[in-house]
Design a protein around this ligand. Sequence first.
Ligand code: GN1
Ligand code: MG
Length: 356
Amino acid sequence: MTIPADIAAGFQLPRPVLDVRRFGSGHVNDTYAVTTGSGRFLLQRINTRAFAHPDQVMHNIVTVTAHLGATVTDPRRALHLIPTVDGGWWHVDDAGGWWRMYAFIEGSAELEAPVSPAEMRRVGAGLGAFLVQLDTLPADRLFTTIPAFHDEPRYVARLRAAVAADPCGRAAGVADEIAHALAYETASHDFDDPALMPLRVTHNDAKVANVLVDAATGEPLCVVDLDTVQPGLAVNDVGDAIRSGAASAAEDDPDLAHVRFVPELFEAFLTGYLGACGAVLAPGELAHLRHGARMMTLETSLRFLTDHIEGDVYYRIDRAGHNLDRARNQLALLDDIQAHWDWMGGVIARLTDAAR
Ligand code: GN1
Ligand code: MG
């Protein structure tokens, strides 16, 4: 059994370590807050089921944090890795677990739906600034640590394979949800053509909770949870922010009467985002912003539903049926995004004209 307090001792920390406790809301990695005599730190175990090459994940994080750190003077505006006692960036425990540590960003807050329009505009500004900062880091400097991570036709195929294998006998009970998700199969091909948009260094898990804001002023501080940073499409980051932030409820709210797409939050996000990075985006990216929202909501629908059918093997769950609740919630949001399709196009045309 690995004790996080022992692991913490493997990093270059001020002594003594006073307290180690679970922290945060991630579904994949394990995160702990480590309190020392002078300052707090964030200790994380990388989930090697999700990330088969943790050394490549760490290469990407070291590269990106160094690039971001070089452009900011306020330490709260970039993540800082803490080296191990022997000068590396990660510690492998006796059980083969991979651990890394960051300085804790004090006085920060993590947002979760429902957020306010002012908050959503700041999330947009924070994510747009992140894109601008990383525009000067060539995507081929990073490894693709999760191949085909946002390849929706592959997630459609995986859902079909899970239904065919049906390892837990759950498929018949979710026939309606399966049909609902598969009704969006055509949309899953929206980004099949690689010439549509440039590959950039993108976050790939850009939900609003991953844009830390100042707890006192609400200003965006820093984009966190960099494990999935790899070559990708900017519009998928836009889509993740919209599905997680322009929604009236958290992604696992089981009461579907709560789940709505919130038009003013979509507009607030894009106002902040395009204000920060509109000048840097390519025409193909500007043309596919709303497709990103549909694509990422479809993706979470497919992945949560597949995980439910496969027996909850990927996402951490806190209750029976949690992944099914998540899937139903995201499908309801997907329908409401689709219902606003033309409206979204009008808003994007207006905002991109204004940015020109
Ligand atoms: C996972 O672990 P967390 O919460 O950062 C997942 C994302 C999903 C998200 C849904 C590596 O992110 O892709 O969008 O859950 N990360 C991975 O909340 O699979
Ligand atoms: Mg993540």
